[in-house]
Design a protein around this ligand. Structure first.
Ligand SMILES: [Zn+2]
Length: 576
């Protein structure tokens, strides 16, 4: 930590020298190379080298759209995601940044999932220290969230905890600290990611390049010129500038995404405006390979305003990292069955105003092998599930993996499944997308499959599909009319009268007030003539009986619930 503080001071000192000394800034890169000539021209286009290096603070505020790869009706659907408001505060002299963002879901199944997601937190960076801290009313003037306890007040609105509610909905903790959480340090690669994110702006990137960045590879592509930049911290980025105006057009970098593998992350800049002697972009567009990520419009660029002290508080600087441990799994036998388990990662205590990450998998035993339904975690999760299955049934390997719908959040471990020799089984419209995911290169962050390549076995499910042997029959059905995915399949075991689903229907809890969605699930149960006794919803708490499901169905069809959803929608709007 001492080292980090020192390096921050050194950066501050270097910037001060740069400001005072003008030409000193050329230290660290060869003068007169084609690359440095281009960089100088870019600095001139942005307002001059001295002006660029003299900026102390920058505040960027605005709004836009953000895509969500985890919420797609089909693998080819355009990303819907969220409507966003944001404020980014940069203390350039000290290498600090604070990012506040408020998300309002545009995805129908999630409208009332959460009040203005993310609005309560600020993501911060101080040198090499990443942390979060509670947001306050200073973020955006129109934002005024006076309800500190968030979702907890909803419980009384719609009667959670009353005797009429199913028992499985009453299981949330009652004791939790009131008020906002204190600032929290985030260990791991987040600090590097935030440092790279901080460089996704012409001003921050050109400053980093001028302050000792190594430049190489000047080249021309269509109407733009490109150079590669390695910052003094070793971050590698490519800057593209407009051939005529010399204004930065984009910055890109290669990243090793756990799910998508090697990807190009790119931020494009447009609509430059004049602010305090600088040219700054009013539009920021980001992509990951072919996927749209964000399209942000800047309402205000503010230079050198008073932003206060953005340093990490002492409690954050002095925080120590818990040693990493393998995921501890909870394996709960599905009531009334043998050889069926709901398995998820132990969450510890979850505050009622936070959504538990209850993404689970379902393990099902057949006479000579086991079947998994969804894999919400990557390599380590899949390895832990395989170990757990070995413990439960030593002589039955998991050889089949059913993938319910196209959602990286519930299929994160599909590559690990292929590496372990599992056959993938999914709805036909997901086959091309999952084949692409299995075939992608993971050279930057190699995973189990890239280290141990295995051939892909993938089975396409049309309207229905049966996995059957002398011990158990599993019927897979395309779920029709689902509000979250058009490519959803659910699994039914007639022997056990158990229906397994992910996202096709969730138990209503205080943390997950949306219900996606029991009416269409009921329609599918009727259409398929399923004699369900027990539900295993993999993205929510509990394993309710059919009677409990019918109670929730009645509730979701009630005017009370319709008013609740409306009220929640208005609440999200007013907090956004
Ligand atoms: Zn889900």
């Amino acid at each position: 930590m001492t080292q980090m503080r020192t390096s921050t001071l050194l950066v501050a000192a270097a910037v001060t020298i740069a400001v005072i000394g003008g030409a000193c800034v050329l230290r660290g890169r060869a003068q007169g190379t084609p690359e440095s000539q281009l960089l100088d021209e870019v600095a001139v286009a942005l307002g001059g080298k001295a002006r660029v290096l003299g900026v102390r603070t920058l505040v960027v505020e605005g709004g836009g759209r953000q895509g969500d790869l985890n919420a797609l009706m089909t693998a080819e659907s355009p990303l819907v995601g969220w409507e966003v408001r944001f404020k980014r505060t940069y203390d350039l002299a000290n290498g600090r940044m604070r990012v506040w963002q408020s998300n309002r879901s545009l995805f129908p199944a999630r409208f009332d999932l959460q009040p203005a997601g993310g609005a309560r937190l600020v993501n911060a960076l101080d040198g090499d220290i990443a942390f979060t801290l509670p947001a306050d009313g200073s973020m955006i003037a129109a934002w005024a969230d006076s309800n500190a306890d968030g979702l907890t007040s909803i419980g009384s609105t719609w009667g959670i905890g009353t005797p009429e509610r199913p028992a499985s909905m009453e299981a949330w903790p009652t004791k939790y600290p009131s008020g906002p959480q204190p600032p929290q340090r985030i260990f791991g690669p987040v600090a590097v990611t935030r440092r790279l994110d901080m460089l996704q702006h012409p001003l921050t990137l050109v400053r980093a390049a001028l302050n000792g960045g190594k430049l190489s590879g000047r080249r021309t592509e269509a109407n733009r010129e490109l150079i590669d930049i390695v910052t003094p911290k070793g971050d590698k980025l490519t800057l593209a500038v407009d051939k005529t105006t010399k204004l930065p057009e984009s910055v890109s970098r290669i990243d090793g995404n756990a799910y998508w593998g090697d990807v190009v992350l790119k931020t494009s800049f447009a609509s430059y405006e004049d602010v305090s002697g600088l040219k700054l972009p009013r539009r920021l567009l980001t992509t990951m390979d072919r996927f749209f990520q964000t399209d942000f419009y800047v309402t205000w660029n503010t230079v050198d305003s008073e932003v206060g002290d953005l340093a990490a508080p002492a409690s954050v600087v002095n925080a120590t990292q818990n040693p990493p441990r393998p995921p501890a799994l909870v394996a709960e036998q599905v009531p009334g069955t043998t050889g069926m388990w709901k398995i998820w990662v132990d969450q510890g205590e979850v505050r009622p105003d936070q959504r538990p990450d209850t993404n689970a998998t379902c393990l099902m035993e057949l006479s000579d092998h086991m079947v998994l339904f969804d894999v919400p975690g990557p390599d380590a999760f899949v390895q832990a599930v395989i170990a757990k299955a070995k413990e439960l049934r030593p002589n039955k390997p998991i050889t089949q993996l059913v993938l319910s719908h196209f959602d990286p959040g519930h299929t994160a471990g599909l590559r690990a499944g292929v590496a372990a020799g599992m056959e993938l089984i999914t709805y036909r419209a997901n086959v091309a997308a999952f084949t692409d995911v299995v075939g992608r290169k993971h050279t930057i962050n190699p995973d189990m499959l890239s280290k141990n390549p295995q051939p892909l076995k993938i089975t396409s499910v049309d309207d229905s599909y049966v996995i059957k042997d002398s011990m158990r029959e599993l019927q897979l059905y395309h779920k029709i009319g689902d509000g979250e995915s058009a490519t959803m399949i659910v699994a039914y075991s007639p022997r056990d009268r158990v229906l397994v689903n992910t996202d096709a229907w969730n138990v209503i809890t205080q943390q997950t007030p949306n219900d996606s969605d029991s009416p269409s699930m009921y329609d599918n149960i009727v259409k398929r003539h399923l004699d369900v006794a027990r539900h295993v919803p993999l993205h929510s708490l509990g394993m309710p009986t059919q009677a409990e499901f019918m109670k929730q169905l009645a509730y979701t069809r009630s005017m009370e619930y319709q008013f609740f959803r409306l009220a929640q929608r208005l609440r999200v709007d007013s907090q956004f």
